[in-house]
Design a protein around this ligand. Structure first.
Ligand SMILES: Cc1cc2nc3c(=O)[nH]c(=O)nc-3n(C[C@H](O)[C@H](O)[C@H](O)COP(=O)(O)O)c2cc1C
Length: 266
């Protein structure tokens, strides 16, 4: 390993410890400096929203936690079958659904996943290919009021998504592919240098809930970390390239979802 790689690796370890250089002094965070509070949710664009059904109990198979944990595995092959809107709604609720708001002036959301300081820095986007009742395209999830909005009318995203996901074709041609972005300032406002460690930990919770929720409805998923940052940010219409003051949202994690193929011809 050369000197500069070694140096970068040590810096990344410092990030995992919650500081960026060994001699860094603790500074007050923006919250401590009483800077304006970032909004907990991204606002909807003007236009129509697609309300998602909340009566999804009937699509959830009552397997029990032991079975769900035992059956969870990464799934990279999906049946050529649509997911229903209820099934998709369940997956969105399980991963980023809002249970309640707290705080009168500085509203935070409480959701079905934990997040450091309940900052919930993520937004969910869906590349939809085969969901009953939805036209193919790119959608944005609005956790409150549990709805979707059309993000881009792009039905033929296949090749671009495949390139953006590092050439992983299975992930680009799934019936639906989740892409989570991060709005880092939501967490930085409160935690400053420690924020990045927390946001990465938080992302794991979201994807693990997707794995377990998929198992409960006969679907499978696979975490995707090996994507091309620049291409995925460009596809999402975020500011792409090296970090700058403008990049207040960028892609962080992805996961294709589809119905599981029946095992061994069952
Ligand atoms: C952070 C993270 C990134 C991952 N990225 C990819 C990926 O880009 N492509 C892929 O096929 N699997 C990816 N995986 C899935 C792992 O390869 C998988 O979890 C591992 O092989 C263990 O298999 P299991 O999930 O079935 O237990 C990723 C998993 C995690 C947690």
């Amino acid at each position: 390993m050369n000197e500069s790689t070694r140096y970068e690796i040590l810096k990344q370890r410092e990030m995992m410890k919650g500081y960026t250089s060994a001699d860094a002094k603790e500074e007050p965070t923006d919250q401590q400096q009483k800077l304006p509070f970032p909004k907990p949710l991204k606002e909807a664009k003007p236009g129509d929203m697609i309300r998602l059904p909340l009566d999804f109990e009937d699509v959830v198979q009552d397997k029990g936690i032991l079975t769900l944990l035992k059956e969870r595995e990464s799934c990279r092959e999906y049946a050529d079958e649509a997911l229903s809107l209820k099934e998709l709604s369940f997956l969105l609720w399980a991963t980023q659904g809002v249970r309640r708001f707290a705080g009168r002036y500085r509203q935070v959301t409480f959701r079905n996943v934990p997040s450091a300081g309940s900052r919930h820095p993520f937004e969910t986007y869906l590349f939809v290919r085969n969901i009953e009742g939805l036209l193919p395209g790119i959608y944005h999830y609005l956790p409150e009021p549990h709805s979707l909005e059309l993000w881009a009318e792009k039905a033929d995203y296949g090749e671009e998504l495949k390139a953006a996901l590092g050439g992983q074709e299975f992930a680009a041609k799934a019936p639906v592919t989740f892409v989570w972005s991060v709005l880092p300032y939501r967490t930085e406002w409160r935690y400053g240098r420690k924020a990045h460690k927390y946001m990465l930990i938080d992302a794991g919770h979201v994807c693990e809930n997707l794995y377990l929720a998929c198992e409960a409805i006969g679907c499978g998923t696979c975490a995707i970390g090996a994507y091309d940052q620049e291409l995925l940010d460009e596809l999402m219409e975020f500011v792409s390239g090296p970090s700058s003051e403008e990049d207040n949202e960028f892609a962080l994690y992805a996961a294709p979802v589809g119905k599981r193929m029946t095992k061994g011809g069952e």
